[in-house]
Structures are given as structure tokens and as C-alpha cells.
Design a protein around this ligand. Structure first.
Ligand code: EPZ
Length: 422
């Protein structure tokens, strides 16, 4: 397991470019299955989840390569309709390939994605919608066997929860289905809009992304295109949290202000100053952080659940009490025990975490248990006095590209020990 050794209590300075969005590139890689010809995707972060998605495409018989931050995918010679268990286990969000494989080949066999570190991750909304579009789905020995005798057809679908993954799977199943599909109570995340922008540039007819109702008129063919992945808003929030907790002023380059609307007031409440100019964010921190009255995670455009851990890490050093309500996932407070080891004072009751700000955190040996929790622990380590040894950095590598390089570009002294060095 990789480890980070971070010496905290130092100011950050300088500027850093935000990477491409993990949660945008993954569904777009699945969407390439629906196109003819060579797709070129720019601003793709080299993340372990992206590498897993490329492995899945190659397993399916597609040509998928990455050079720098550019991914080339040609799915013309796709010849498989299944994703083996080991690849499904490597990345549970591989379920987003289901709709695309089913649409392309009329069948799909995927290992049932287990729960994950965030708790049970059901896919009932995905399956209910695909059945409405004409899929027959049987779960046999932990494998989802999906078939469509006469191909997928458009349907009117209302989601009981604006699930990001379910919305993506329905869009991928609908773009080449016979007829029109309407998704009511669709997820509104920017990553969904990016997926639809990519698909529309391939010749799809998708309307209403970013609102609650998405309409998709099925087409017969989609053609490859070139597309630039949007910046990763959660990485941007992580960098903001790192700057705030170290009382630093930094410039975060290549952000989309609208994607950060729900987090700006939280950092302003803490006393930070945020100035956006031409796609860059000039972020200034106060000497003393003020507490956050209540941070409630919600579907977009609400406060993102993926930002909860890094922002909570920052709040441990606020001058007062902050409250977090995790409304999206059942088990997304695993970083609390580890923050407590650093000296944080946090009490958790069900979905509510109450953070009493402390004057100091002190370096210790801690372990990450999930992707965003790992990011939160790094934020806290940067604000702690002394050295912190963080294990489980392999979780971080799923969503943060070369984060040690990013940190060192902000003048953070760290040592990144990989598995064989520890
Ligand atoms: C996506 O996960 C993101 N992952 C998550 O980011 C993000 O936290 C989440 O959306 C919410 O924004 C990717 O895009 C790859 P959901 P997803 O379906 O699609 C319940 C990260 O750190 N639900 O919106 O799995 C589910 O249990 C990751 O980058 C059902 O009940 O999220 C959860 O409680 C973590 N039935 C809630 O909805 C379903 O069929 C949100 O799930 C589907 C979901």
C-alpha cells in the first residue's frame, strides 16, 4: 500500500492547474462504445480508475490508448459483451458500461457490483429503467445477464432519486434506442452535461441536461469526435480546503465557476476570499478560520458529497463548531476516526457530524479508507503540526493524479512512499 509522509504546518503558495474530471471521463469512455471511428479525449487525468476503464475497453475488443492526458479510443472491433468480475471489483462504477454494451450488442453480462467503502451501492434504479426500455435482466450467481430481443426502445422514466449513475446508464441506453426517452428527476451534475455534450457532438439528440428533465431522441448512428473533459470540481475543492487549512493564498487555474457555486458560500463563511477571473480562482485565506454553521450534502446543484471529507478536514481547525449532514451515502464518515487521531474533536450521530474546532492538530500515523477520505486526511495533515504518515494512498490514486506533484508545486514538503518502500 502506498503511503504519504507529510510535514504539516507550512504555508502553501503559487498556482496549480486542476486536472480533468474523473467522474466525467469515466462515463464518456463508456459512451465511446456507441460510436464508429477514432475518439480523441483531451484533459484526461491518468488515474487508476481511468486505467481500469481502458482495461475494460481493451477486454471488450476496443482499441484504447493514453498518451499524456490524451486518450484515443476506437471501438469498431468490439467483440465482447461481458465485463469479468475482477474488473468489476476493481471499479464498481464500471456499472456505467452496462447501458452502452447493451445498446451496442443487444446483450451484456456484468458481475454484480458489490457495495464499496461508502456503504451498499444499490443499482435498482439502473435496472428498473433499463427493463422499462426493453431489457430482460436476470441475476444468476452474482452476474447480471441482460438481453434485448428487439433492441432497446424509448421510455418515460422517473427516478425516485436523481442518481448520477442511473441517469448516465439511461442516457447511454437511450441515445440509439428506437424512439424518445424522457428522464424526469434526472441528476443535474456537470459531469452529466459533459457526457451529453460529448454524445451530441457525436450526433446524438439530447436536450435539457443540467435541468431535472432530460429528453433523448434515439438516432441510428453516432460518429467519433474530439472532446475536452471538464475540470474536476472536487479536486478544486480539495485544493481550496488545503489552502484554507494552512492560511495560504493560492491560484487554482482552469476551474469553471458555476460548478463551484454551492461550495463558494461555505468557504466565504469560513472567512476565505474567492475571486474568479478568466477561468482562474484566486483564493485567499484568513488568519483564523470561522466555523461552518451547517454543511448538508445534496445532489447537484447542492453541496457535493464528494467534497464533505476535505471540507470537514478544514473545519477541524475552525474557531468554533461546524456541523455536517451527509445525506447521500450511508457510510461516508470513515475519515472521522483518523482525523480524531490527529487531535480533531468530532462527534458523529447517524448522518450528522459535529466538529468542535481545535487550536492545533498534531501529526500521527493514520489510514485512509476511501478516495475522498484520503483527500481529507491529506488536507488535515497539511494543517497539523509535525509529520503525518498516511496509509491507503492507493485510494487517493483513484481520483487524484500525481497529487504529490501537485502538493510539491504548492511548496509542500512530502515524501511519497510507495508500497515497496514501506
Ligand atoms: C457518482 O456515484 C459518483 N461516481 C460519486 O463519486 C458521487 O459521490 C455520486 O455520484 C453522488 O454525486 C462517479 O461518477 C463515478 P448515485 P453514483 O447513483 O453514480 C443511491 C467519488 O468520490 N442509489 O448518485 O454511484 C446510492 O446508494 C465518487 O468520485 C440507489 O439507491 O452515485 C447512493 O446512496 C464516490 N439506487 C445515492 O443513490 C440506485 O440504483 C447516490 O448514488 C443508484 C443509487
Amino acid at each position: 500500500m502506498s503511503r504519504f509522509i507529510v510535514s504539516g504546518g507550512e504555508r502553501l503558495s503559487g498556482e496549480v492547474e486542476v486536472q480533468g474530471s474523473k467522474n466525467s471521463v469515466l462515463p464518456i469512455l463508456a459512451a465511446t462504445i456507441l460510436t464508429k471511428g477514432e475518439n480523441v479525449l483531451y484533459n484526461c487525468s491518468r488515474l487508476s480508475d481511468v486505467i481500469t476503464a481502458l482495461k475494460i475497453l481493451r477486454y471488450l475488443g476496443c482499441n484504447a490508448t493514453i498518451q499524456g492526458d490524451t486518450v484515443m479510443v476506437n471501438t469498431d472491433h468490439m467483440c465482447q459483451s461481458d465485463i469479468p468480475n475482477d474488473l468489476m471489483r476493481e471499479m464498481r462504477s464500471s456499472i456505467v458500461f452496462l447501458g452502452a454494451i447493451l445498446s451496442r450488442t443487444g446483450k451484456a453480462y456484468l458481475g454484480f457490483p458489490g457495495g464499496c467503502e461508502l456503504g451498499p451501492r444499490p443499482i435498482d434504479l439502473h435496472l428498473k429503467a433499463l427493463k422499462k426500455m426493453g431489457a430482460k435482466i436476470v441475476e444468476r450467481h452474482g452476474v447480471l445477464e441482460c438481453t434485448t430481443d428487439k433492441g432497446l426502445k424509448g421510455a418515460k422514466i422517473t427516478l425516485s432519486f436523481p442518481s448520477v449513475g442511473a441517469t448516465e446508464n439511461i442516457i447511454l441506453a437511450a441515445v440509439k434506442a428506437k424512439g424518445t426517452t424522457t428522464i424526469t428527476n434526472a441528476a443535474r451534475e456537470p459531469e452529466i452535461t459533459d457526457l451529453c455534450d460529448y454524445l451530441n457532438s457525436c450526433g446524438a439528440n439530447i436536450y435539457g441536461t443540467g435541468e431535472g428533465v432530460i429528453v433523448i431522441d434515439g438516432v441510428s448512428e453516432l460518429y467519433s469526435t474530439q472532446h475536452t473533459i471538464i475540470p474536476d470540481r472536487i479536486v478544486a475543492v480539495t485544493l481550496m480546503s488545503a489552502a484554507a487549512v494552512t492560511h495560504s493564498d493560492i491560484c487554482i487555474k482552469g476551474v469553471i465557476q458555476n460548478h463551484l457555486n454551492s461550495v463558494v458560500p461555505v468557504f466565504e463563511e469560513a472567512g476565505c476570499q474567492l475571486d474568479f477571473s478568466k477561468g482562474d480562482l484566486y483564493f485567499k485565506s484568513p488568519k483564523i478560520l470561522k466555523p461552518l454553521s451547517i454543511v448538508r450534502t445534496m445532489p447537484y446543484p447542492g453541496f457535493p458529497t464528494d467534497a464533505q471529507a476535505p471540507v470537514m478536514a478544514m473545519s477541524t481547525l475552525c474557531d468554533g463548531t461546524s456541523v455536517f449532514v451527509e445525506s447521500i451515502f450511508e457510510n461516508r464518515f470513515k475519515h472521522v476516526d483518523e482525523l480524531t487521531r490527529l487531535g480533531a474533536s468530532i462527534s458523529v450521530q447517524d448522518k450528522v457530524a459535529v466538529v468542535q474546532g481545535v487550536k492545533y492538530l498534531y501529526g500521527a500515523s493514520i489510514e485512509a479508507h476511501d478516495l475522498r477520505g484520503a483527500a481529507g486526511l491529506i488536507v488535515a495533515a497539511l494543517g497539523a503540526e509535525g509529520t503525518t504518515d498516511i496509509g491507503g494512498i492507493n485510494f487517493l490514486e483513484r481520483g487524484y493524479e500525481d497529487f504529490e506533484v501537485v502538493l510539491s508545486s504548492l511548496a509542500v514538503s512530502y515524501t511519497h512512499l510507495r508500497a515497496h518502500e514501506t
